[in-house]
Design a protein around this ligand. Structure first.
Ligand SMILES: NC(=O)c1ccc[n+]([C@@H]2O[C@H](COP(=O)([O-])OP(=O)(O)OC[C@H]3O[C@@H](n4cnc5c(N)ncnc54)[C@H](OP(=O)(O)O)[C@@H]3O)[C@@H](O)[C@H]2O)c1
Length: 512
């Protein structure tokens, strides 16, 4: 079998990154720490420029101080403990600009060209939109007007766009149209940071670098699949944003649909952005949206957290939330996939806030044994199950039956476990943004969402949201904060004699 050339992974060319919204939270907590980690790990060329751009007033010096604080607090490598900081910091610059001022993009370009020249950096440019989604298109258009979007003959020009990409199918299409008026699709890198997580990529390694699981990965052996992205935090200070978005736009359209696609897709022919994304789109297009009134009522649940006795938070009382809000903070969906591999296998997806714990996991329950030889000692013998734990305890659990020691042939289910932290050490896992930023510099778009993926996902989510808005869906239900969600979600599975599983969550100390 041909071996991969692993050395190629490290070949990052000299580049510049312009971060719009550099004064904000994302740049502070995620982007700067990720860039410094890449630098410390010698995954970046010595020649690079980081140019922050935003409306706030900073000098190069005060911007460096702010970024240093963020890296100190959130980075894997701390400036105070690392002699590389001074070197890194000397490549950090700031340019004040108003995003809607087209003229301001010309001095930005001149500054960038000057820095590239001084530092000997080729015109390999990344433009990172770390600004509110409402101004993505405007910044992209202004980059175009300043001739920064066109690829330089000796370099590249790429646009990195944060989530959310649109608020529904129509707005996503409109945003895409405006961005494509200046950047072509192969220049656009849409981030879903879930795809940058080591464990999400490991799902692909698990499926396609092991021969023993893939033959079982289909309707003949799998009873059902569950994908859970559960959060213990409530909405908190994000109330006014969240009340417009809700759990469907905030979590389902991007993270859960990506996890579904990676779990259910066919094997791509190669580790290649086009082939990988072709397979994801293909399976997303095969997902049947529960959009008829009957399917909406049996296959979807929407709920809000509400504390009965006031001892916990209530969504409608959160700052910035409409006291009569119908926005769901929790949803559970049953999807079916109309293809040969998955016909008839339910995929149960759920996500919510203010729950009993934080865990992201994929649970694959296999079919029961066809005939039971032994007296298990319990009414129902638990079938085999594989849990893929994505966070916070990254790893795998495989459930199987063993004989209970002693006389007779009583059985008991046990877990065979693998955890990354145990196998590779706590610090082995890089931040999601490290991987994604490096891939964007290298021009590997495999872990970024292509336009057709985003639209396929929006088509499904839109159909459900429209059904709910028309009053044909299930009524909004409520759940106690600190519980594992509404009874209606349990009933959705109980109707086919199934139950939700939480295999990866350990205890309340799990918050990360
Ligand atoms: N923070 C995260 O962990 C995270 C995670 C996933 C995705 N994202 C996405 O990443 C993007 C940036 O997130 P963020 O948390 O960094 O946002 P943020 O802190 O709210 O905003 C980033 C910067 O944008 C500018 N800005 C804020 N509101 C603006 C407005 N109404 N009009 C024009 N400029 C405005 C501000 O800079 P100036 O006033 O200095 O111009 C601000 O520092 C968003 O699209 C968000 O959805 C963030």
């Amino acid at each position: 079998m041909p071996k991969q050339d692993l050395a190629a992974i490290h070949a990052a060319p000299p580049f510049s990154i312009v971060i719009f919204g550099a004064s904000g939270d994302l740049a502070y907590r995620k982007l700067a720490p990720a860039l410094f980690s890449l630098f410390c790990n010698e995954l970046m060329s010595d020649n690079f420029v980081i140019l922050g751009a935003a409306r706030s007033e900073f000098t190069d010096e005060s911007f460096r101080q702010r970024i240093r604080k963020g890296v100190e607090e959130f980075g894997r490598f701390k400036p105070s403990e690392n002699d590389k900081w001074a070197d890194f910091e000397s490549r950090l610059f700031y340019q004040q600009l108003h995003y809607d001022d087209q003229e301001a993009f010309h001095p930005l370009r001149q500054r960038l060209e000057r820095l590239e020249k001084e530092r000997g950096v080729a015109p390999n440019r990344l433009f990172y939109l770390a600004v509110p989604p409402t101004i993505y298109a405007e910044v992209a258009e202004n980059l175009g007007a300043a001739e920064l979007a066109a690829q330089h003959p000796d370099g590249f020009s790429r646009l990195i766009i944060e989530k959310p990409f649109g608020t529904d199918l129509q707005s996503a299409e409109e945003l895409n149209r405006r961005i494509h008026s200046v950047f072509s699709e192969d220049q656009v890198y849409r981030i879903d940071h879930y795809l940058g997580k080591e464990t999400v990529q490991n799902l692909l390694v698990f499926r396609f670098a092991n021969a023993i699981f893939e033959p079982l990965w289909n309707r003949h052996y799998v009873d059902h699949v569950q994908i859970s992205v559960l959060e213990s935090v409530a909405v908190g200070y994000r109330g006014s944003y969240y009340d417009q978005a809700g759990v469907m736009r905030d979590m389902f359209q991007n993270h859960l649909m990506q996890l579904l696609a990676l779990t259910a897709m066919e094997p791509p022919n190669a580790w290649d952005a086009t082939q990988l994304r072709d397979e994801k789109v293909k399976v997303l297009r095969a997902v049947r949206a529960p959009s008829t009134p009957g399917a909406l009522r049996t296959n979807t649940v929407r709920a809000q957290y509400r504390s009965k006795d006031g001892s916990g938070p209530t969504y409608r009382q959160e700052p910035g939330v409409d006291p009569k809000s119908e926005t769901p903070t929790y949803a559970a969906l049953t999807f079916f996939i109309d293809n040969w591999r998955w016909q008839g296998v339910p995929f149960y997806l759920r996500s919510g806030k203010a729950l009993a714990g934080k865990t992201t996991e994929i649970f694959i329950q296999f079919r029961e044994v066809p005939h039971l030889l032994f007296n298990s000692g319990v009414a129902d013998l638990a079938p085999n199950a594989l849990s893929i734990c994505l966070q916070p305890h990254e790893g795998f659990h495989l459930r199987f039956q063993t004989k209970s020691p002693g006389a007779g042939m009583r059985t008991r289910d046990v877990d065979m476990e693998f955890h990354f932290a145990t196998a590779f050490g706590e610090k082995a896992l890089p931040l999601a943004y490290e991987r994604l930023l490096l891939d964007a510099v290298l021009g590997d778009a495999s872990l970024f969402s292509r336009e057709d993926e985003i639209m396929a996902s929006w088509r499904l989510i839109d159909a459900i949201l429209k059904g709910w808005d028309s009053g044909e869906g299930p009524p909004l239900s409520f759940y106690e904060p600190g519980s594992w969600g509404p009874v209606a979600a349990d009933n959705m599975l109980a109707a086919s004699n199934r139950a939700w599983s939480i295999s990866c969550f350990l205890d309340q100390g799990d918050e990360t």
